[in-house]
Design a protein around this ligand. Structure first.
Ligand SMILES: Cc1cc2nc3c(=O)[nH]c(=O)nc-3n(C[C@H](O)[C@H](O)[C@H](O)COP(=O)(O)OP(=O)(O)OC[C@H]3O[C@@H](n4cnc5c(N)ncnc54)[C@H](O)[C@@H]3O)c2cc1C
Length: 386
């Protein structure tokens, strides 16, 4: 894709169509039940893995599709359009695979990435946040102590997506005495490591088919091969991973907004509410489609910059900020236009309204995105003046 070419390439279209087919035939029919009953969609994730969807931007040599960041964004939007919960595990697992490809040794890559891509690890999880250290992860307290056999982890994490089922965790912990971001390292921790305790999943307002759990580490011993990149380099790894992750969340939010719009159009077509030609319906459609259209452009632009190997931190934050806030507004607007019919349990617009809110929170809240974007723009102004 070039800056002015809005046509996906053949490979991007092919992956989008595969994701759309799986979303429509496999995920959409189960989304309402998954939301009602909660749990973790393990079988569905294994089906997605069979089609390569857990390693979209991962080299073929390591079991991935090597389809690029734009294809990844298109895939995430299609999956979220049918089932937002499923995209959480898909997005985080792809992010973990990409992190290991980028920062892992060849041994670490061979040990874990093919297992993430083919579902042998079920999925990967990203264990950064702690109580009181979410927006500011540099304030984390989990520690890793060096021993002659490797490392020992002690501490706890909060809000870890797929914490119930993940076969591999990237865990961030404080090593050494350097304060703040400088004293943090990242580790690859298999899910069956003794001393890693998975807590009970949170009861959440949305994304009820994605488990979110606390984790505890009690004298959790890991070998020297668990350290990702060098000691003290973990914070940088987390920030770079989150840059890419934010494209995923922007794509997810866009998909949830589109899913709500699909359900709204379906309701109008049923003919029990206002007529399609009424101004109420038309304005709701126009405002929603326009807001999501802008979100789509920013999200694909961020993905495109990433794919070209250019700086994309600021673009990814803009995409996440715009897409999540637009999708939250759209879901609210469509509920308003539908009236009480939208609030019936089991209605897809109601589910989207509950699912979408967290896209403004995880992988950096909207306020954090504003800080990233504002700081970057201010820095450029400074650069231009000096
Ligand atoms: C469903 C769900 C899944 C999650 N999955 C994961 C996961 O897989 N892995 C993981 O590591 N984490 C995960 N998280 C954690 C998530 O990333 C954090 O909740 C998020 O970063 C916010 O951090 P916090 O909860 O500590 O809130 P806080 O940082 O306490 O934020 C509270 C409020 O204060 C605002 N605020 C904070 N600092 C500033 C500031 N400097 N300027 C202006 N406003 C500010 C925030 O924007 C927010 O509105 C998940 C969270 C949820 C809800």
């Amino acid at each position: 894709m070039t800056p002015f070419d809005f046509e996906p390439t053949d490979a991007q279209r092919q992956l989008r169509d595969t994701a759309r087919k799986l979303a429509t035939e496999l995920l959409a029919p189960q989304a309402e039940r998954l939301d009602r009953e909660g749990g973790f969609p393990r079988e569905n994730l294994l089906r997605l893995a069979q089609h390569g969807l857990l390693g979209v931007n991962v080299p073929r040599a390591l079991g991935g599709l090597e389809a690029g960041a734009v294809a990844y964004s298109l895939m995430m939007t299609e999956i979220a359009r049918a089932c937002a919960s499923t995209t959480v595990a898909v997005g985080v697992s792809n992010m973990v695979a990409e992190v290991i490809c980028r920062f892992g040794t060849p041994e670490q890559q061979r040990a874990h990435v093919p297992k993430l891509c083919d579902g042998s690890h079920v999925v990967g999880a990203f264990a950064l946040s702690e109580s009181g250290a979410g927006s500011d992860p540099a304030g984390m307290r989990t520690r890793a102590r060096k021993t002659d056999r490797g490392w020992v982890l002690d501490g706890s994490k909060m809000w870890i997506s797929s914490g119930t089922d993940a076969g591999l965790f990237v865990v961030w912990a404080r090593t050494g005495d350097a304060p703040g971001a400088r004293g943090i390292s990242a580790f690859l921790v298999p899910g069956d490591t003794p001393g890693l305790v998975r807590g009970k999943p949170e009861h959440k307002m949305g994304l009820r088919g994605s488990t979110t759990t606390p984790l505890e580490f009690h004298d959790c011993e890991i070998g020297p091969e668990a350290l990702l990149d060098a000691e003290g380099r973990g914070f940088r790894i987390a920030m770079m991973a989150l840059d890419g992750g934010r494209i995923g969340i922007g794509s997810q939010a866009l998909g949830i907004g589109l899913g709500a719009l699909d359900a709204f159009v379906g309701w109008v077509r049923e003919g029990t509410g206002p007529r399609a030609a009424s101004q109420d319906v038309q304005w709701a459609l126009a405002d929603s489609a326009t807001a999501l259209g802008a979100a789509r452009l920013l999200t694909l632009r961020a993905a495109w910059l990433k794919e070209k190997g250019e700086l994309f931190t600021h673009a990814a934050s803009m995409a996440k900020l715009q897409a999540s806030e637009a999708a939250v507004r759209v879901c609210g607007r469509l509920v308003e236009a539908m009236g009480p019919a939208a609030l019936r349990t089991g209605n897809a617009v109601e589910r989207c309204l509950r699912d979408v809110r967290v896209t403004m929170i995880y992988e950096g809240t909207s306020e954090v995105q504003r800080i990233v974007i504002g700081r970057d723009i201010a820095r450029r102004f400074e650069g231009a003046r000096t």
